[in-house]
Design a binder for this molecule. Structure first.
Ligand code: NAD
Ligand code: MLT
Length: 312
């Protein structure tokens, strides 16, 4: 019996070696497919591996008569119709640990670049402008970082922020006082965190409950001059509300790795000098991409061989 696996987003070639070496598995890598192309191809595949570009819709899942498993090489499964997968008996596995470190490092890089206006200064200098006055930043030391979502990445960011001698206050529905003490941070409600923070960083999944968690009302409770980092998911911040708050001077700056609609090249937030951005690069390191691809590939091999997976 030979199982066929389709990889529809670019994945690390080293990371998919468990699939390549499995004698019962034939792997096809075909990226940049439209939904219609995927619908047409899916009946011949037993497994589909994606990153975040492929939107695994109900139509794709319904067409995939032989599909047993969808592997997500990364954390967020918001690009997969989980309800449709469940209805069709398709298992969805992700790789929750492999990119934690890279995403945390990227968040801290964005936080520091935001505080010191590094991208703006770089851009000016590339245009031959030696402008020191326009790029005066603020220190992180002594400032309060508000962390919304203290899971794998939020925790790593909090620990690194303490290394910058920031005070850290966090909200997560599962954060206990004991855990907060152990990590050396203050536990608060969302409102408490957003009211006291000088910088806010978001690390929740995108869920019904977290959609537009940072909206006009939440922003109105924040300190004037607050700066916001989002390396989690677009859609957790109401982008229009953020835009208006920056224009009004309530929010001093934002660092965004993710957008509600991606790719987001022609976005009005990108026109604001107070906004720095990267094109969803949080997990884009050689290490993270290899690690998530290895994890999810092993799970697909195990499942197709009738074994249990690591992250069902
Ligand atoms: P995680 O599941 O380990 O942590 C998420 C945390 O959010 C959990 O502790 C959960 O309790 C908490 N949470 C859930 N609902 C909440 C709410 N309403 N308010 C506050 N907290 C809430 O996930 P993670 O690995 O830390 O990933 C965090 C986010 O980062 C996800 O959205 C993930 O998709 C995203 N991510 C982005 C990149 C990137 O490239 N930018 C890379 C990796 C992960
Ligand atoms: C994730 O959820 O793991 C990230 O968005 C990284 C990605 O796969 O691009």
């Amino acid at each position: 019996m030979t199982y066929r696996v389709l990889i529809s987003d670019p994945l690390s070639e080293d990371g998919i070696f468990p699939l390549r070496q499995a004698s019962t598995i034939k792997v096809d890598v075909k990226t940049d497919l439209t939904e219609a192309e995927l619908v047409a191809m899916m009946p011949m595949y037993d497994a589909l591996l994606v990153r975040s570009q492929t939107k695994v819709t109900r139509a794709i899942i319904a067409a995939a008569a032989n599909l047993k498993i969808i592997g997500r090489a990364g954390v967020g499964v918001d690009n997969i119709d989980l309800t449709a997968a469940t209805e069709h008996g398709v298992i969805v596995v992700n790789a929750p640990d492999g990119n934690t470190n890279s995403a945390a490092e990227h968040t801290v890089a964005m936080l520091m670049a935001l505080a010191r206006k590094i991208p703006q200064a770089y851009y000016a200098l590339k245009q031959q402008k030696w402008d020191r006055k326009a790029h005066v930043g603020v220190e992180l030391k002594g400032k309060t970082l508000g962390v919304i979502g203290l899971g794998r990445i939020g925790r790593e960011v909090a620990l690194r922020a303490k290394g910058q001698r920031m005070k850290v206050m966090a909200y997560d529905p599962f954060l206990t006082e004991e855990k907060a003490d152990q990590l050396g941070l203050i536990k608060g409600t969302v409102d408490e965190v957003i009211k006291v923070a000088d910088f806010i960083t978001i690390h929740t999944p995108l869920l019904k409950e977290t959609k537009h968690l940072i909206n006009a009302d939440a922003i109105s409770k924040m300190k004037t001059g607050v700066q916001i980092v989002n390396c989690a998911r677009g859609g957790i911040i109401d982008e229009e509300a953020l835009y208006q708050a920056i224009v009004a001077g309530k929010v001093a700056g934002a660092a965004l790795d993710v957008f509600e609609q991606e790719p987001a090249t022609d976005h009005k937030l990108l026109q604001l000098p107070q906004v720095i951005a990267t094109p969803h690069l949080g997990a884009s390191t050689i290490e993270a991409q290899e690690s998530v691809a290895v994890d999810v590939s092993y799970d697909v091999v195990r499942l197709l061989n009738g074994d249990l997976v690591k992250n069902p």
